[in-house]
Design a protein around this ligand. Structure first.
Ligand code: ATP
Length: 219
């Protein structure tokens, strides 16, 4: 077997509400894939986000916008497993189903922005997340609050400082990553702009902008 064949698969999930998808999500996914040399990034829209109000736009429509945004980008894919599953969209369950598909040796990563990471200790079964995957925290402008004690306890002893060390095991470590392009774009700001009738050009992919405007979403 040659070395390339022997390398375990490397897959990440980037979950979110994607309400709607924007360049911050997409550029982060592309740069995450490059930084970790991933085979794929599964972008997983939540059907019922456990930690926030139910979005006004259906999960199916948010997933369709995400697919438009991804277009033909290599290595990025919409993964609709949380939409087709009943009940709240717990990331631990999503990672368990990915782990079952990929096998025990695959390097599985749950990626999330620093803002989402700050609440990780309050998620459903946070310890189980580390049994199933590594966690990679993406630095995000304007989000640098200190870690709460419960989060410090959860991640104690798990932090590694580089990708090579992270990829030595299938799961269980934490890596903080500063990607080359940091974007101060949020879905909240996109929704506010649409409500006011302001331009969202270059904040979301053109196909997403066209579809949002044609359907009058978030207006
Ligand atoms: P909202 O403004 O509605 O809270 P959001 O822009 O944070 O939404 P989500 O769908 O909640 O978007 O985000 C999904 C994931 O992508 C989260 O882990 C979030 O931290 C991350 N993320 C969102 N925007 C960015 C960005 N500009 N840069 C890096 N990561 C981001």
């Amino acid at each position: 077997m040659c070395a390339a064949e022997a390398r375990p698969a490397r897959v990440a999930m980037l979950g979110g509400t994607f309400d709607p998808v924007h360049m911050g999500h997409l550029r982060s996914a592309v740069e995450l894939r490059e930084a970790l040399e991933l085979d794929r990034v599964h972008m997983v829209p939540a059907r019922v986000p456990p930690h926030r109000a139910t979005p006004g736009v259906s999960a199916e429509r948010r997933a369709a916008l995400l697919a438009l945004g991804i277009g033909d980008t290599p290595g990025l894919a919409v993964d609709d497993r949380e939409i087709t599953r009943d009940g709240p969209s717990y990331s631990a369950d999503t990672l368990a189903s990915l782990r079952e598909e990929l096998g025990p040796q695959a390097r599985l990563v749950m990626a999330l922005g620093h803002d989402a990471y700050l609440n990780l200790a309050e998620w459903h079964e946070p310890q189980r997340l580390f049994d199933l995957a590594h966690i990679v925290v993406i630095d995000r402008p304007d989000h640098d609050r200190p870690l709460a004690p419960a989060l410090q306890e959860l991640v104690a002893g798990r932090e590694v400082s580089d990708v090579e060390t992270l990829m030595q095991a299938p799961a269980g470590s934490l890596l903080a990553l500063r990607l080359p392009t940091r974007m101060a774009i949020s879905a909240t700001s996109i929704r506010e702009r649409l409500r006011r009738g302001d331009s969202i050009r270059y904040l979301v992919p053109e196909a997403v902008e066209r579809d949002l405007l044609a359907r009058g979403l978030y207006a």
